[in-house]
Design a binder for this molecule. Structure first.
Ligand code: ATP
Length: 359
């Protein structure tokens, strides 16, 4: 069992604040993904959990016990690195048994554990090979297996799939998610890949500049992003965001900008300057009769990309790039001047100053 509480955790590297006052509780058995762009502090946060980096501030509790300054081997947490960190001179069996042998587990028990883990990860045929005689995917499984033999309370994984090619990454994603369900252990998983986070995690922690921007289920962070940063980090293409100014007349509240007109919600009194957000898959071309629009954009189509089953039209509304995504054919052609619309329910609204979600 592993419940990890992180309280006010911070890390300074000289003048650089890598992790800034992070509060987070990972419940027992959860699969939590730390997601964010390069340099946002996710690896540093994970390394502090593993005991590989000393926090500058705050505490880490494992099942209620303060482990902030405990050594890595006393934490009952196993780390899986991006580089796999396998011993090149040892066989797969040697690599798998290493963590047990170094903690003086009886020989017969070591063999039993290694055989069981190899079986679970389909590594039995490769036990006598060395890492250089394995494919990337097999090496990755050995790295996971080496973490599993100790039967740790939690797994800490730092971009474990990033060295795999696209096809293998997809397959391994499914395997890891299944492994998590089977083991029922707590997983904390660092990635900059939103698809990995969305498909495997039960909760996603979106980070930026050392801080937590939002914590939520994949649905929550995608459907109700807490900030412009989260809105534009998730999605392919990401959410369109357009600056607008709020006006109120005749009991109607509107947001107007360059080529954009949005009807807002009655009774709402947003600040003067807002950012209106709409996902590319929610925008459609307005027919000749129009629809009951939440938003109306005057767009010029600049490029159309064929994704196979779908198309993405890259447009411009005033000076702002806006993407439209939908089933092929979208019936938008380069050079078209079109009106784009979406329903009120699909409109997101952010404060232009704080960049936080209003609705
Ligand atoms: P990536 O996805 O590129 O690995 P990340 O989100 O994991 O990025 P970190 O590696 O945690 O980011 O780094 C966070 C910040 O701390 C960055 O600005 C980085 O340059 C800085 N940093 C990390 N480790 C050190 C170090 N040992 N010394 C100085 N600065 C560091």
């Amino acid at each position: 069992m592993a419940r990890i509480q992180i309280e006010g955790l911070g890390k300074q590297f000289g003048a650089t604040t890598a992790v800034d006052a992070v509060d987070l509780t990972v419940e027992d058995g959860e699969f939590v993904a730390l997601l964010g762009p390069s340099g946002c502090g996710k690896t540093t946060l994970l390394r502090m959990l593993a005991g590989l980096s000393a926090p500058s501030a705050g505490r880490i509790l494992l099942n209620g016990t303060d482990i902030t300054h405990a050594s890595p081997k006393d934490r009952d947490l196993a780390m899986v690195f991006q580089s796999y960190a396998l011993y090149p001179h040892l066989t797969v069996a040697g690599n798998l048994s290493y963590p047990l042998r170094s903690s003086r587990v009886p020989r017969a028990r070591v063999a039993e554990q290694v055989a069981a883990v190899a079986e679970q990860l389909a590594l039995t045929p490769f036990l006598s090979r060395r890492p250089k005689e394995l494919s990337g995917g097999q090496r990755q499984r050995v790295a996971v297996g080496r973490a599993m033999v100790r039967n740790p309370a939690a797994f800490l994984m730092d971009e474990p799939l990033s060295n795999l090619d696209a096809k293998l990454r997809t397959a391994t994603r499914t395997e890891l998610a299944a492994l998590h369900r089977r083991l029922g252990a707590t997983f904390v998983y660092v990635t900059h890949d939103q698809v990995e986070a969305m498909t495997m995690a039960s909760r996603i922690v979106v980070m930026d500049g050392g801080r937590v921007e939002q914590v939520g289920t994949p649905e929550e962070v995608y459907d109700s992003p807490a900030s412009v940063f989260v809105a534009t980090f998730l999605g392919a293409p990401p959410m369109n965001v357009l600056p607008a100014t709020v006006t109120s007349a005749d009991g109607r509240v509107r947001a107007d900008g360059d080529g954009i007109r949005a009807e807002l919600w009655p009774g709402q009194t947003p600040p003067h300057e807002v950012v209106v957000g709409v996902r590319p898959e929610h925008l459609v071309r307005r027919g000749p009769d129009g629809v009951d629009a939440g938003i109306l954009l005057d767009a010029r189509v600049e490029a159309v990309e064929n994704l196979g089953s779908e198309e993405v039209a890259q447009c411009r509304v005033g000076d702002t790039p806006v993407a439209v995504r939908g089933p092929r054919p979208l019936r938008l052609a380069v050079g078209d001047q079109v009106s784009l619309t979406c329903s009120l329910a699909d409109l997101h609204l952010f404060d232009a100053t704080t960049r936080r979600r209003l609705r």
